[in-house]
Design a protein around this ligand. Sequence first.
Ligand code: ADP
Ligand code: MG
Length: 397
Amino acid sequence: MPAHLDALAEATDRGFHDAFGRDCAGVWSAPGRVNLIGEHTDYNEGFVLPFAIGARTSIAARRRDDGVIALASAQFPGKIRTIPLAKVGPRAVPGWAAYPAGVAWALGLAGRGAAAAGASGVSLYINSVVPTGSGLSSSAALECAVALALHDLHGLQATRAELALACQRAENEVVGAPTGIMDQFASLFGEHGSAVFIDCRTVHGENVPLALEAAGLEVVLADTREQHAHAAGGYVDRRASCDRAARILGVRALRDVGVGDLEKASDVLDAETFRRVRHVVTENERVLAAVASLRAGGLESDPAVLGALLTASHASMRDDFEITTPALDLAAATAVEAGAVGARMTGGGFGGAVIALVARERAAEVAASITAAFARAGFTAPRLSTVAPSDGARRDR
Ligand code: ADP
Ligand code: MG
């Protein structure tokens, strides 16, 4: 384990002891993610291609037998939250505790305790280096680390795909955020050197090689530090547009609309809804093209193919889906002008971050150009870093 991750696990271990006055039974962690390509396609039963990043959320945990989930977080200091598992349900838990309590609920922890003729329960201490609300999915990192900890501690017989679905259910029903399955799959199935290609209809994930280092490439992440708000923001509205369009077009989901169907769709949809549909349909095509290129070794032989797909994805999100902001557009355009192979906003939109695929030797220059352009435009200074495909959720100690 890299030294900084070992230090995170160690700090989480100590944090548990300080919070609960006893040792934990183990430490688990799960990563945040960036989406390489495939935005707002997940809930349309389409394709996405995220990868797990190095930043992780760490959980120290210990079973208890009083039917309670007890929670403390280094990032949200305050007194320990103790919630009877029997009281956890849809929208029943306020604040951040809804994420871990929701996972326990979705995994049926309360019921399991009763069946085993003794109350179930768990104490959890959370400690994370995934920034919240930046489009890196700190929520899925938290859920997946909790899910794996509960799985191991309570001897649950569940596959990683089942854990991902339980995490999604926790977020949809207990938190009340209507998000897709991408983030949890990326966090649970991530692998060093690969992206995770997910068919969101069959809920099947497959690793696709993304050997940046061998190709002499880096992914620069420019976080605009504009906070997005999924539940309150335009996410819900975009989702409703897609559902409406699918109904009008007579398909189960926009996944079933092809590029060849667009002309006909433009006859029956209003102009705005048509643009929403065109984004989803062309974005699915771009994901499939990206996967084909990566599988054929295109990252090394012709990275411009993937780069062009990223840049086209940004234009589609800007012009058709209308989920970018001036800061996101500036970051993406500046990256390309400064020599990036391609760049796009990543995440749900309305704020968040841009990723740029860049030759290693140009990465510093691209980052500096974005910083300078933001200063000239009077935007908040962006946070620049690099991200690389990393391992998914695991037990650390
Ligand atoms: P994102 O997933 O893009 O970071 P979300 O709004 O989906 O943004 O999830 C962020 C929320 O997840 C936080 O507001 C908080 O409720 C919860 N969360 C994330 N990380 C932690 C943490 N370390 N401790 C407690 N809650 C957390
Ligand atoms: Mg989230």
